[in-house]
Design a protein around this ligand. Structure first.
Ligand SMILES: Nc1nc2c(c(=O)[nH]1)N[C@H]1C(S)=C(S)[C@@H](COP(=O)(O)O)O[C@H]1N2
Ligand SMILES: [Mo]
Length: 425
């Protein structure tokens, strides 16, 4: 019996081999005689012998688990400014992950002066300024407040900016867009803590300060603080990692990563923004007219195909599943369209539920690669109706002098050889 279905019976949804996302539903046990899609299978068994690991007792347990030693090459890309070890970033290897949760050990990190070694017994968070009662909290006292948990992304506003460059950087999806991760964040809503402190008249901004030696400060509008901001103390079920703000960090869902101040030690309620270094000289976008945009907090709607993606290779013509992530700082993802013909025709990808707000959404679509060069694109639409812009549209809107909030469509070219690389269309 032929395993490969006759291509003529596929339900195509767009040009150059994009199949309808419904094709995924044709399971092996599907009714009506429709054969399951045959993506790829191993035709030859390795050996019929009992493998070695079935002949000896397995190894013992350990207090804190490790991944398989065969997976040790799934790593973040780490880079620091010259002459420093801690002023830089590590990027999540998006192309090696599936689903939407970033394992904590692979969460991206961005530090302005390294990771402080904070003893939680000595760390305090102070809430003061335009409040009726200044308050101190430590990790223990915070843990007694009502906690909330949300699966949400964190993205550095500099993410993807290599694509502003005139020639496409030959990098992996993670190297290009991996200043992006998604975790289950647990913490105390700041609305509760500020309610206890009592806002004084004129309270309009909150200056958040970190306990690292960069003493990073950002001013946050009070509306955001009272809406969905939390002091996060857990990440994916365990205490925060030191690199992600242990023992406590500000977490501002959907907003540029920089404003989610790590190692949070102080929240000063003010009438005006304090105009800190990181909101004036940095994290502003110079526009074509010479004015800089400041306080552009929410991250735009964006998506990226992670498989196949830059640096990967296709294993010959046949059926593949295109897979990627989409997100928006404004809400949930409503729709992701994929093109396999450089943007001429588009098909809807299947979205993996639940479609959470300010979270990553995994999308997938089956693709029959015929072995010719093909350009793959994805574009996302969020539930406010905002659509991810093309690179041309974004650059003509913003000019070439901006550095942050790049959210244009990512295109990958699959060469005849099967090699995948970054391309501008
Ligand atoms: N105190 C402090 N907070 C900080 C930073 C920092 O260097 N110091 N980096 C910021 C930046 S630029 C980003 S993108 C996010 C990154 O968070 P992560 O390292 O947990 O991914 O933290 C933000 N908060
Ligand atoms: Mo950042």
């Amino acid at each position: 019996m032929s395993r490969q279905k006759n291509p003529a019976s596929f339900e195509f949804a767009a040009g150059n081999g994009l199949l309808h996302r419904r094709e995924f539903l044709r399971g092996g046990a599907s009714l009506g005689g429709a054969a399951a899609l045959a993506f790829s299978s191993i035709t030859q068994a390795q050996s019929t012998d009992t493998p070695l690991w079935m002949k000896v007792p397995g190894r013992g347990m350990e207090g804190y688990g490790q991944r398989s030693r065969y997976e040790d090459n799934t790593l973040r890309t780490v880079g620091s400014a010259a002459g420093t070890v801690g002023a830089g970033a590590s990027r999540t290897p998006l192309e090696r992950l599936e689903g939407v949760i970033t394992p904590s050990a692979l969460h991206f990190e961005r530090h302005h002066n390294g990771i402080p070694d904070i003893d939680p017994a000595q760390h305090r968070l102070l809430i003061h300024g335009l409040v009726e009662r200044p308050l101190f909290f430590d990790l223990e006292s915070l843990s007694r407040y009502p906690l909330v948990s949300r699966i949400q992304f964190l993205e550095c506003s500099g993410n993807g900016r290599a694509n502003i460059g005139a020639t496409p950087a030959q990098s992996t999806a993670g190297e290009l867009h991996g200043l992006l991760s998604c975790s289950d964040w647990t913490g105390v809503p700041l609305s509760i803590l500020l309610d206890e402190a009592g806002l004084a008249p004129g309270a309009a901004w909150v200056a958040a300060e970190g306990a690292d030696s960069a003493a990073m400060v950002r001013s946050i509008p009070i509306e955001k603080i009272l809406d969905d901001a939390i002091v996060a103390i857990y990440q994916n079920g365990e205490r925060l990692r030191p690199g992600n703000g242990y023992p406590m960090r500000l977490f501002l869902p959907g907003w540029e990563g920089n404003a989610s101040v790590k190692w949070l030690r102080r929240l000063k309620v003010t009438a005006e923004p304090v105009m800190a270094r990181d909101e004036t000289s940095k994290y502003t976008d110079l526009q074509p007219d010479g004015h800089a945009r400041m306080f552009t907090f929410p991250m735009g709607v964006k998506s990226v195909i992670t498989s196949p993606s830059g640096g990967q290779s296709m294993n010959g013509p046949g059926l593949y599943q295109i897979s990627g992530v989409a997100w928006s700082g404004a809400g949930a993802i409503r729709r992701v369209e994929v093109s396999a013909d450089g943007g001429r025709t588009w098909a809807d990808a299947a979205l993996t539920e639940p479609l959470l707000s300010k979270s990553l959404t995994r999308f997938r679509i089956p693709w029959r690669w015929n072995g010719d060069a093909a350009v793959l694109l994805s574009r996302a639409i969020d539930d406010t109706g905002a659509q991810q812009p093309s690179r041309d549209a974004l650059l003509s809107d913003r000019g070439l002098k901006f550095n942050y909030h790049y959210n244009a469509v990512q295109s990958w070219v699959v060469a005849q050889s099967g090699e995948v690389s970054n391309v501008y269309v």
